[in-house]
Design a protein around this ligand. Sequence first.
Ligand code: IPE
Ligand code: IPE
Ligand code: MG
Length: 256
Amino acid sequence: MAEQNITPNALPRHIAVIMDGNGRWAMERGEDRVFGHANGVESVRSAVRAAGELGVEFLTLYAFSTENWSRPAAEINALMELLVESLAGEVGELVKKGVRLRSTGAIDALPATCIAALRNVEEKTAHCEGLTLILALSYSGRWELTEAARRIVRAGIPAEEITEDTMRSHLGMPDVPDPELLIRTSGEQRLSNFLLWQLAYSELHFSPVMWPDFREDHFKAAILEFRGRERRFGRTGEQVLKTDHSQPENGVIEEE
Ligand code: IPE
Ligand code: IPE
Ligand code: MG
């Protein structure tokens, strides 16, 4: 039987998460949306813990999108304050766990207090060699691709020399491998302008759980499901079974 030949996918090196459902979670409880965001912080801790324990190398969390700037000012301010508080409160634990913090997005667009808090934690965890936690802030995939195009033009690279590698190397974090797995909570099934280039061949896991309820077990269940998926990268299922079912880096198939 075909199933017997399937070796599970390796643990993902990089998991990306669209943390969604904070507002609905709070409203269901008769609370303000901000209450949901505040409760989402514990879920971030859980995800970082689970990823760190399992040996995932990169965890990218969509914390604030370019489009989120259109939310009411009070909610944006509360989110920014929560970010500053959380960064200040967690830095000790991150260092202890060997978690390195990085960020991606139009960071300059954030309030000065957020930028300072972010840079502080980035500096204090720069030496950490465990999990790399990437916060996507004021981020959108189209913004990142547009920025890449600008950098390529500024570098004076001739059109005929532009390859996929040129694009990749001009993105925000060229040293980070593409996520093998994307998790989105709250039952929504869309990308909402997240990592458009990098998610080209990622496996998608949509969980009905609202982000403030998302815990280690949910995170591990997503990984377990991923491990059973057949990743074809354009090949046929038979070809995949004949080969070692390995996951080529960045979705590029090596010659057999
Ligand atoms: C995700 O939760 C957090 C951010 C987008 C900052 P939402 O705030 O989008 O929650 P819902 O989708 O309205 O429930
Ligand atoms: C995506 O969630 C952005 C983040 C999780 C930060 P949204 O809740 O903003 O997405 P849409 O607008 O429902 O697609
Ligand atoms: Mg939402």
